[in-house]
Design a protein around this ligand. Structure first.
Ligand code: UDX
Length: 453
């Protein structure tokens, strides 16, 4: 039963719902703090007691702009707390959001559903009262229907337990905005009650004009993978054009600008460079192909194989270009790398193109120093063999080549003159097409970028 709720039809403020959020990674922490901001009473659950202690103390264990404040406000309001106990969330919440990770399985392209299954089992065993479980994790097609059956079979409340799917589309770096002011809400539901409950949860967001798409479970879970596949395809499309530009002398940045003015195409996600990384796009397209194969429709998404290949070729191209600029050999050369996160405004290094390139060059014998404003702690853990620097200037010291691989604002505003007398040579490769070529060339630098003359 939902506490303190007025009906969706009444049009009155629907706050004070009792909500739980299972899994407190990037998605879950932001969702939990966002739900508290919307006025609900929220319990965040994680099986990692250390994480629960950190969050309870108001500390976000990763970098996400604005989230620390949101968490602090939630805790101070008394509407947000964290626990490791499933009986606690089952007893004190009526709507349970499932936000655990679905990483790529080791040794396969498929999604690893062990965290989803474990969370569902632990939660189901405690559900003695009717309630709604809402999946937000990115899962292979067909998972929601399977989970709905398993949940009802295992939960003591049986048929009283409803399952809905409400995919998230949040981008790291904009997670708070994407949670509080999403560009759409998708509700995959089996019952009217589930739809009403979800409308109540997001009442303020919907009142703010956010479009709602109500559909079945299968469509809802597919929206997420389809969206990420489209975004990955758009990036790889422009990176494929960059390959053509490299052999024809054309300029991919100007090409993208010209394409982007066509309303049907649009300028976003048309930025050529080192390509996509992170915890979502790469693993989601691979899991989609693996699932399509299981479903006997692999041809429908076989283009994603090429999307993945184009993306990885950009990393290889950056390595080749570095070798070329250094005169054919990298061994014994000092290379400074600006950027370790998979994108700016994040400390996430999952499938980071920057670190992939940095470690490949080091394997070839280069002496590689890396600096990133936020991601060094994570980078050190995964790539202990790399040398880490305390600033962009420190990473540039005595280098034969600088690689700009993650487009943090801090790097974009560097004036070439500040590097005078610091580097050994004036060579810079811009892997993100984010620096001003004229400025660097005017200062006497060899400036090269992917897809540009
Ligand atoms: C993505 C989706 O955007 C989001 O909707 C979903 O919920 C999760 O996955 P995220 O992984 O945070 O979000 O990053 P995103 O901003 O999509 O960027 C992904 C990668 O593509 C980054 O490595 C970025 O540098 C790269 N990228 C993005 C480009 O190379 N070119 C572009 O034009 C845009």
């Amino acid at each position: 039963m939902i506490a303190n709720q007025q009906t969706a039809e009444s049009g009155e403020q629907l706050t004070n719902l009792r909500v739980s959020v299972i899994g407190t990674g990037y998605l879950g922490t932001t969702h939990a703090a966002g739900m508290a901001e919307l006025g609900h009473h929220v319990i965040g659950l994680d099986t990692d007691a250390g994480k629960v202690a950190q969050l309870s103390a108001g500390h976000v264990p990763f970098f996400e702009p604005g989230l620390q404040d949101l968490l602090g406000r939630g805790l101070a309001s008394g509407r947000l707390r964290f626990t490791t106990s499933y009986p606690d969330v089952a007893a004190n919440a009526d709507i349970h959001f499932l936000c655990v990770g679905t990483p790529q399985q080791a040794g396969s392209d498929s999604a690893d559903l062990r965290y989803v299954d474990a969370a569902m089992q632990s939660l189901a065993a405690e559900l003695t009262e009717p309630c709604l479980v809402v999946g937000k994790s990115t899962v292979p097609a067909g998972t929601a229907t399977r989970l709905a059956q398993a949940l009802r079979q295992r939960a003591p409340a049986g048929e009283g337990v409803d399952l809905a799917w409400n995919p998230e589309f949040l981008r790291e770096g904009y997670a708070v905005k994407d949670t509080l002011r999403p560009d759409r809400l998708v509700f995959g539901v089996d019952t009217d009650t589930a739809e009403k409950q979800l409308r109540a949860v997001y009442n303020d967001v919907i009142d703010g004009g956010c479009p709602v798409i109500v559909t079945d479970l299968a469509t809802a879970e597919l929206v997420k993978v389809a969206a990420n596949s489209f975004l990955a395809t758009k990036i790889s499309f422009i990176n494929a054009m960059a390959e053509i530009c490299e052999v024809t002398g054309a300029d991919v940045a100007t090409l993208a600008e010209a394409l982007g003015h066509d309303d049907r195409i649009g300028p976003r996600f048309l930025k050529a460079g080192l390509g996509f990384g992170g915890g979502c796009l790469p693993k989601d397209i691979r899991a989609f192909m693996a699932r399509a194969e299981e479903l006997g429709v692999v041809q429908a998404v076989s283009f994603l194989r090429e999307v993945d290949a184009i993306n990885l070729r950009r990393r290889a191209r950056m390595i080749d270009l570095s070798v070329e600029v250094l005169g054919g050999r990298v061994d014994g050369k000092r290379i400074g790398v600006w950027g370790a996160a998979f994108k700016p405004d994040s400390d996430d290094i999952r499938d980071s193109p920057a670190l992939d390139v940095a470690s490949a060059l080091q394997t070839r014998g280069a002496d590689v120093g890396v600096y990133d404003p936020e991601a060094l702690t994570n980078a050190r853990k995964k790539y202990p063999q790399l040398d880490y620097c305390s600033s962009a200037l420190d990473a540039a010291r005595d280098t034969d080549l600088i690689l700009h691989l993650t487009e943090w604002e801090e790097f974009r505003i560097i004036e070439p003159a500040t590097l005078d007398g610091i580097t050994r040579a004036k060579h810079i490769l811009d892997g993100r097409n984010a620096l001003n070529p004229d400025k660097w060339r005017a200062a006497g630098w060899t400036y090269r970028a992917l897809g540009r003359p």
